[in-house]
Ligand binder design. Structure first.
Ligand code: NAD
Length: 308
């Protein structure tokens, strides 16, 4: 087999990207973790006259990204020393480093246009023959590859990890009509044998398989709750531990996923369906208000629950 993964790059160091980088480090793969720099200075930095392009500000961001990995719950790293296998950096300063990587995984915000802009940069800097994948929850893989080089398209596919990536076994693999079959079989074998995942091959349809079903179920549950006048706690008690499903309580799950991400994912299907199904994928107003207030879930400190 012509592929092997000696080094990887993960672009996007949020909820999923940091967990995926940690999972790669846990199996011994050196990984570069890139993100954009924050768009605001602290008041302390402002007083010192620093700007967002100052090295001090950018380096602080890098070490914060790594420290976040150690603090995350459930802990994504098996040992603290695995952190040394992860090199964090800024997309702007460090993108050329992806040329050292055999696999580049995109894990940024769920937005087709922003992902396409990133893939244009990735196409310009990656090495020929390297595998590129997206962790999108349900945006068309084919659409993301539009305009990219032949070598990019041949080596591009969806690899959809589930949250938290260290613990959830499912990995959906989504090829396009252009993905080389050797790349698909390599990722399947690598996913199973090295990453310890259970692979499901999915078609490139909105939200693939698990999220198409999961988002539907979740939104129907929320709408039933509103109609029946039930509380968040009541719904969680009948969809979670009390019925033997310790990790699946509806609103606890939403807090782990992140409300902004969930809304993007529901919109992926809403935009593509008609009639009664469209109604189901319409996100209720109260969720949009929560998003506008910044109550996104664990990552912002408050969602349906306050972060413990
Ligand atoms: P997140 O909001 O936690 O993190 C997104 C990260 O992307 C942030 O750190 C942000 O700074 C960065 N980013 C935004 N624009 C960027 C750009 N132009 N270049 C580089 N970085 C950029 O989101 P997340 O929950 O980690 O989701 C990331 C991807 O994974 C999305 O496509 C999402 O649909 C998918 N996903 C999420 C979950 C989940 O449960 N949260 C599960 C599976 C898949």
């Amino acid at each position: 087999m012509k592929h092997s993964i000696k080094k990887a790059a993960v672009i996007g160091s949020g909820v999923m990207g940091s967990g995926i980088a940690a999972h790669l480090a846990n199996v011994g793969i050196p990984t570069i973790l890139l993100d954009i720099v924050p768009n605001k200075l602290t008041s302390d930095e402002e007083q010192k006259g620093l700007t967002l392009s100052d090295k001090a500000v950018r380096n602080k961001y890098t070490s914060t990204a790594l420290q976040k990995l150690l603090k995350q719950k459930p802990a994504p790293l098996t040992t603290k020393s695995n952190l040394q296998l992860i090199e964090a950096g800024n997309l702007e300063d460090d993108i050329a480093k992806i040329a050292e990587c055999d696999w580049v995984i995109e894990v940024i915000v769920e937005n087709l246009e922003i992902k396409k802009q990133l893939f244009e940069k990735v196409d310009a800097h990656r090495k020929q023959g390297s595998i590129i994948s997206s962790n999108t929850s349900g945006i068309s893989i084919e659409a993301m590859a539009e305009g990219r080089s032949d070598d990019f398209r041949k080596n591009f596919l969806g690899t959809h990890f589930f949250n938290p990536p260290r613990y959830l076994k499912l990995l959906e693999v989504i090829p396009t009509k252009d993905t080389d079959s050797e790349v698909v079989s390599f990722i399947k074998t690598f996913g199973e044998d090295v990453l310890g995942k259970g692979i499901v091959l999915a078609k490139d349809t909105p939200n693939f398989i698990a999220n198409r079903i999961g988002t539907y179920g979740l939104l129907v549950t929320v709408k039933q709750m509103l109609e029946g006048g039930y509380s968040v706690g009541e719904v969680d008690s009948v969809t979670g531990p009390a019925i033997g499903r310790p990790k699946s309580a509806t609103f606890r799950t939403l807090d782990v996923v992140g409300l902004d991400t969930f809304i993007h994912v529901a919109n992926n299907v809403f935009d593509k369906v008609e009639g009664a199904e469209k109604e189901v994928f319409q996100v209720p107003d109260f969720m949009r208000r929560m998003q506008a207030n910044g109550w996104l879930g664990s990552k912002s400190g408050q969602g349906f629950y306050l972060k413990q």
